[in-house]
Write a protein that binds this ligand. Structure first.
Ligand SMILES: Cc1ncc(COP(=O)(O)O)c(C=O)c1O
Length: 466
């Protein structure tokens, strides 16, 4: 069942021939020409990935016939990967272990190791004088993160506290200042990450509000219609990419629909930041939070991001009136009077060592380029889905992520009634994935260090187990 759509590769290098069942066709790869066509390839990557099966490359070069399911196909994709060399900057433990859990905790980079050591040395030498340079790091790192990965102009992003705490601060502030009068429902998705639901549950209980959890599509998550159909809404809180499904929500359309109804919306970007382009300013997002230790690779417990659109900042007050949010912080005798900018959302002393980890991690993402990261992630997840269809679907697995690559973030979920024990067995086979109950195995595929052969080998080991 081959549907052929010929997509021209710029420069006349060849054509991409499409199929939904790539295993039935042959891939023609040419290692010598693959690298030269990568720039063009990535420009049209989204569409190319949807239909990608075969590359017919330069005639001058020798070609080899390779089925998509063969390891050589994955090897050829790695040979053509412009991000391949970035993997060498990461410490990934045992070389025989395949790490597919960067959606939970990204790995250490050599740059982060150096930066953290340098900061420890600085602490040793400068002691308290170091604060002159450290004090403003949450804002400085936030500005840089905003530019590299969030589409946010300076002065709107902080890196501080945890995602849970930031979510609490912004949800509470929005309920105080942005909600329509008399609206009494906080809206989220029943499939949203537990901490989001717990925080909202607590806020609703404390304020006499109702928490309504939408039972959205189990694979695609909540859509604009789910939100638009709800009334009496004081606040909407959604994840940009579902932690279980990997489904990408329509952030722009949902934000616009909420704005039209004058309902504030707060986005959790934990599974999208560093994995796909985000345009907070362009899309009119009001409020956002997210983890830095997943696709940004900033380290275990690294502080989280927080975004507040500039025009809203002076209307919003953090419910945690800490001294780092205080105007003229060291004039100790004054009553609380919040900073006049984004710093009003700081609370207590920032974790400087870990902020250094975020700073170096952001530079690595900048170097790789978020568009190139997204292009490769689309290909990685597509390879995983293709191999799932060929090898695992017949064995009783189900795809828990969208079939359409553009609707997928950077992880693929496979569902199976015995998912928990299969995950354990897979980890014993040195494929690090995680289990999310009741039946979900998550494969986190991160462009900066995941190879196509990792995807191939991991699914081959999974097939051998099932
Ligand atoms: C979507 C999402 N939100 C929030 C969190 C929790 O973040 P933290 O524990 O850093 O507060 C996680 C953690 O995995 C998550 O996946």
């Amino acid at each position: 069942m081959i549907s052929r759509s010929a997509l021209p590769l710029a420069g006349g290098a060849g054509t991409i021939i499409a199929t939904r069942r790539p295993l039935r066709v042959t891939t023609i790869v040419s290692p010598c020409s693959a690298r030269s066509s990568t720039a063009e390839k990535f420009r049209d990557a989204s569409e190319a990935v949807i239909s990608r099966t075969a590359l017919r490359l330069s005639e001058q070069c020798q070609t080899a016939l390779v089925s998509t399911a063969e390891r050589a196909h994955a090897e050829a994709l790695d040979a053509a990967d412009p991000l391949a060399s970035i993997r060498d900057r990461f410490e990934l433990g045992d070389p025989d272990t395949i790490y597919l859990d960067g959606n939970s905790l990204g790995p250490l980079s050599s740059a982060s190791r150096r930066r953290l050591h340098a900061l420890i040395d600085e602490w040793g030498v400068r002691l308290v004088a170091g604060w002159d340079d450290w004090l403003d790091l949450p804002r400085q790192v936030g500005d840089r993160l905003g530019a590299v990965a969030l589409g946010a102009a300076p002065g709107q992003v902080l890196v501080c506290d945890s995602t849970t705490v930031n979510l609490y601060k912004l949800a509470s502030a929005a309920l105080d200042a942005l909600s329509p009068r008399h609206a009494s429902t906080i809206l989220t998705d029943a499939g949203n990450f537990p901490t989001d639901r717990y925080v909202l549950d607590g806020l609703a209980a404390a304020r006499g509000l109702r928490l309504r959890m939408i039972d959205a599509d189990p694979v695609h998550g909540p859509g604009v219609d789910d939100i638009a159909a709800s009334s009496d809404v004081a606040l909407v809180v959604l994840s940009h990419v579902g932690y279980r499904t990997g489904a990408v929500a329509d952030l722009a359309a949902t934000t616009a629909a909420c704005a039209a109804a004058s309902v504030p919306v707060l986005w959790d970007l934990s599974h999208s930041v560093g994995a796909l382009p985000i345009e907070l300013d362009r899309d009119g997002v009001q409020l956002a939070v997210g983890c830095t230790y997943k696709y940004l690779n900033a380290g275990p417990g690294a502080p989280a991001l927080l975004y507040v659109r500039r025009d809203l900042q002076d209307r919003l007050r953090s419910p945690i009136q800490g001294w780092f949010g205080q105007h003229d912080q060291f004039a100790m005798h004054r009553p609380y009077d919040p900073q006049c900018d984004i710093r009003r959302f700081l609370a207590g002393t920032p974790p400087i060592l870990q902020l250094a980890g975020v700073a170096s991690a952001v530079e690595l993402i900048a170097e790789a380029g978020i568009e190139r990261i997204r292009a490769k992630n689309l290909e990685l997840t597509q390879l995983a889905v293709t191999l799932y269809e060929a090898w695992l679907e017949p064995l009783g697995f189900r795809l828990g992520s969208p079939v359409d690559p553009k609707r997928r973030g950077s992880h693929v979920s496979l569902r199976h009634p015995a998912a928990e024990s299969i995950t354990g067995a897979l980890v014993e086979q040195r494929v690090i994935v995680d289990f999310r109950g009741p039946d979900c195995i998550r494969l986190g595929l991160a462009a900066p260090y995941t190879r196509f052969v990792d995807v191939h080998d991991a699914l081959a080991r999974l097939r051998a187990l099932a």
